[in-house]
Design a protein around this ligand. Structure first.
Ligand code: BG6
Length: 287
C-alpha cells in the first residue's frame, strides 16, 4: 500500500484478501483494488451499482478480476502478433502505486502509476515506459490512462475493459450505428445497422470515437460512456457457451452484463515517439 495521507471519504481496506480503497463521497462511491488499479464497483449517489462483477470472480495476486474495469495494456487480447501473453497485457494484474488521493466537494480522485520496474515479466515490452491512471469517482466515473514513452519509441494497444450491469437480453446499445467493425466471432468486417442487441456471442471491435449509450428498460436507466482520444469501442457479451467455458464466470451471468470498452487497439494501435505521451479518457454516467 502507500504512505499517502488519505482525505476523508477515501479509506484503505483489505477486500477479498487484496489491498484496496473504498471511496464514499457526496457524488458517489467506488471500490478500487491496487492490483490492476482495478475499479471493481462504482455508483453515483443514490443509484444502484453501475459496474458488473462476477459472483465467480477470483481474488488472487496475478489473476485478473472478472468484472469492474480491467486495464488492458500494452496489448489487447493476444496482441497484434496473436501470441502475446498474458492475455490483455500485464497492466491488469500489476500492482499499481498510489501516487495521489484527493477530494473536492463532490468527487474523489485516486492517481496510480506503473513503470517497467513494477512489472515482473514485461513480455518483451520496453521497460522505460510510464503509465499513469487517474480514477475520479463522483456523479461520473472518469478514468484517464496516460502512457509516456521512455528513450525508445513505444507501440502499444490499450482498453478500459468496462463491465456494466445490464439486462443483456433486452439492452439496446446506441451510438455505433453506421460504424465499421471487426467481428471477432466470425473474423469478418461488418457495418453496424441500427442499435446493437445481443442475440448470440458478441465480440466486436468498432472503429468509432462516438459516445455509446446502453438503454436498459429492465433497470429503467441509460448508461452513457463518453470518451476522448479513443478510436475504438469494443462490445462483448460471451453468451451461453463461452460463459460456461470460463472458470471465473457463472454459466448464466451473461444475461446480466455487457462490456463496452474504450480502446485503441487492433488497427488503432498507438505509436509514441521517445518522450511522447498519450491520454485516453473514458467518462461514464447515468443519463
Ligand atoms: C474482450 C475480448 O475484450 O475480452 C474478448 O474482445 C475476450 O475476445 C474478453 O474474450 C475477455 O477476455 P479475458 O482475457 O478477460 O477472458
Amino acid at each position: 500500500m502507500s504512505d499517502l495521507e488519505l482525505p476523508q471519504g477515501i479509506t484503505a481496506a483489505d477486500v477479498n484478501g487484496l489491498p484496496a480503497w473504498r471511496i464514499d463521497v457526496p457524488g458517489g462511491r467506488a471500490l478500487v483494488y491496487a492490483q490492476g488499479a482495478h475499479v471493481a464497483e462504482w455508483a453515483p449517489a443514490g443509484a444502484d451499482e453501475v459496474l458488473w462483477l462476477s459472483e465467480q470472480a477470483v481474488y488472487s495476486p496475478g489473476k485478473a478480476i472478472r468484472g469492474g474495469v480491467p486495464i488492458c495494456f500494452p496489448w489487447f487480447g493476444p496482441g497484434r502478433s496473436g501470441d502475446r501473453k498474458p492475455a490483455h497485457g500485464f497492466a491488469r494484474t500489476a500492482t499499481w502505486r498510489l501516487v495521489g488521493a484527493e477530494t473536492d466537494e463532490q468527487a474523489a480522485t485516486l492517481r496510480f502509476e506503473i513503470t517497467g520496474d513494477d512489472v515482473a515479466d514485461l513480455g518483451g515490452f520496453p521497460a522505460d515506459f510510464t503509465a499513469s491512471y487517474s480514477v475520479q469517482v463522483g456523479k461520473e466515473l472518469v478514468l484517464a490512462l496516460t502512457v509516456t514513452a521512455g528513450e525508445q519509441p513505444l507501440d502499444f494497444e490499450e482498453a478500459l475493459h468496462s463491465y456494466f450491469t445490464v439486462d443483456a437480453t433486452g439492452v439496446r446499445i446506441g451510438g455505433l450505428e453506421g460504424a465499421g467493425y471487426l467481428d471477432k466471432v466470425t473474423g469478418t468486417q461488418q457495418v453496424q445497422q441500427g442499435e446493437i442487441t445481443f442475440t448470440g456471442e458478441t465480440d466486436r471491435v468498432y472503429s468509432s470515437e462516438a459516445p455509446v449509450t446502453m438503454g436498459d428498460d429492465t433497470a429503467g436507466r441509460v448508461i452513457v460512456v463518453d470518451k476522448v482520444a479513443s478510436s475504438q469501442t469494443v462490445v462483448w457479451n460471451p453468451w451461453v457457451d463461452k460463459s460456461a467455458a470460463m472458470g471465473d464466470f457463472g454459466d448464466d451471468e451473461w444475461q446480466t452484463m455487457c462490456c463496452v470498452e474504450t480502446a485503441n487497439c487492433v488497427d488503432g494501435e498507438l505509436h509514441l515517439a521517445p518522450g511522447e505521451s498519450h491520454t485516453m479518457v473514458s467518462r461514464t454516467s447515468l443519463a
